[in-house]
Design a binder for this molecule. Structure first.
Ligand code: GTP
Length: 223
């Protein structure tokens, strides 16, 4: 995470030592967030929903290699610029993805609630993350396509259990309905901003607590 400037007041002294100006610097945190998971789980659609507020319906075009989009969010009066990398889930692009892991500050790891194999593969993804990403990378598990109630093969409780086992925050999302999409990116941006700008005596940001509280505030589902 690169802190370009820090939010603080500063005084400039004139030649004779008197204070003559007082300015407020604006702060920009630049963070790299990577979307990973099996092909077809909805990584591109999640990014498009977050960035453009739209859903890419129709035929499925697999990502080739890696793609990225930027979005600036304001978190507690601080500008956080997210550079979001959309990776290809297909096995043949795995070496490309590996090369990007070490620069990522956060990873959104997706499975598809209608595809059991994509859920079973989460363990392998977490092993890979452990091998290639920075040790302190923020990881959040997302069960996407939660709108597909009739085709669902993975229960929410199964996702929660797996996330607990690996000590990572979890929520279900839907790129189609917008469920929890903004919340997932906001939670990650808050965690990253907090890590960069935290005062020494400030308590650690509790990502899962924040997510649970936000979801309670709006019932279970938020778009
Ligand atoms: N019902 C439903 N369908 C979705 C959702 N998200 C994505 N899809 C569909 O799932 C398919 C795959 O979506 P993509 O976003 O292209 O998947 P991806 O993970 O980026 O795939 P790769 O680029 O191959 O890694 C598309 O047909 C989407 O329309 C969702 O939340 N709900």
């Amino acid at each position: 995470l690169i802190r370009i400037t820090h939010l603080k007041s500063f005084y400039q002294l004139s030649d004779n030592g008197t204070t003559f100006s007082h300015s407020l610097c604006l702060s920009v945190c630049l963070s790299q967030v990577m979307l990973v998971g099996d092909s077809g789980v909805g990584k591109t659609c999640l990014l498009v929903r977050f960035k453009d507020g739209a859903f890419l319906a129709g035929s499925f075009i697999s990502t080739v290699g890696i793609d990225f989009r930027n979005k600036v969010m304001t978190i507690d009066a601080v500008k956080v610029k997210l550079q979001i990398w959309d990776t290809a889930g297909q096995e043949r692009f795995r070496s490309v993805t590996h090369a990007y892991y070490r620069d990522a500050h956060a990873l959104l790891l997706l499975y598809d609630v209608t595809n059991k194999a994509s859920f079973d593969n989460i363990r392998a993804w977490l092993t890979e993350i452990h091998e290639y990403a920075q040790q302190d990378v923020v990881v959040m598990l997302l069960g996407n396509k939660a709108d597909s109630t009739h085709d669902r093969l993975v229960k929410r409780e199964e996702g929660e259990k797996l996330a607990k086992e690996f000590g990572v925050p979890f929520m279900e999302t839907s790129a189609k309905s917008g469920l929890n999409v903004e919340l997932a990116f906001t939670a990650v941006a808050k965690e990253l901003k907090h890590r960069t700008m935290k005062e020494p005596d400030e308590p650690k940001f509790q990502l899962q607590e924040y997510v649970d509280k936000e979801m309670r505030t709006v019932g279970c589902c938020r778009s």
